[in-house]
Design a protein around this ligand. Sequence first.
Ligand code: AMP
Length: 251
Amino acid sequence: MRIFTSITQWQAFRATVKAGPLGFVPTMGALHRGHMSLVEACRKQNAFTVVSVFVNPKQFDDGRDFEAYPSDHGQDLGRLKQAGVNAVLLPDSAQIYADGYRFRVTESEFSQRLCGAHRPGHFDGVLTVVMRLLNLVRPDNAYFGEKDYQQLQLIRDMAAAFFMPVNIIACATVREADGLAMSSRNQRLDTGQREKAAVLYAALKQSESATQARDTLIRQGFEVDYVEDIADRRLAAARLGNTRLIDNVQI
Ligand code: AMP
């Protein structure tokens, strides 16, 4: 497994990769089984698998959340090597944002709703980093989790809008035994919060309406950002203490 911290070195290497198709999984690290399911799908469908680990400062609307974001490169690299990944990109912010973030991708409708309404600038940060990473890696296929459903839709729409030559591939949400969607942020839950966290998925699935799901979450001590039904999905974000959880289910 080749590891690149230098974008220039990565680009020189990328020019030598001839075997196709090439698959890409962008992540922010602290890898869990959810991430690894994307890596497995990527490995199965491509001749060459690239994973990036980059905690993107521009998608954090809250500096404390960024500071507290978990990171363990040693463990991540061990898992990726074991999974048979061919190359890992570990760029730093100075290289990714050499322009000082003067150039960015903004979507003006769907990105303003749901998570976007509660996290100003979040999706500009997400779309901009994904655009930059896709341009660097030039994959045939790129893998994203349904857990971040709004993000997935926005990335799909961006790729189509800019005629980007990449297939955006959606992967199902991987859950803990009690239904909690796996997330790097789950590490920050204390024991009591962790037990309660499973209520989020149960409420989304079992309630007859978004309003009923919201009421259940509030009763259980969640601070609810939103619960909304859009087309055939029910999406929610809610906080337990300082930890913000998101999830969505098909209805
Ligand atoms: P992150 O490191 O949180 O930016 O996530 C990197 C990718 O992994 C994104 O496409 C996420 O949607 C995906 N992902 C995160 N958690 C899960 C999960 N529990 N199941 C499936 N995909 C996930």
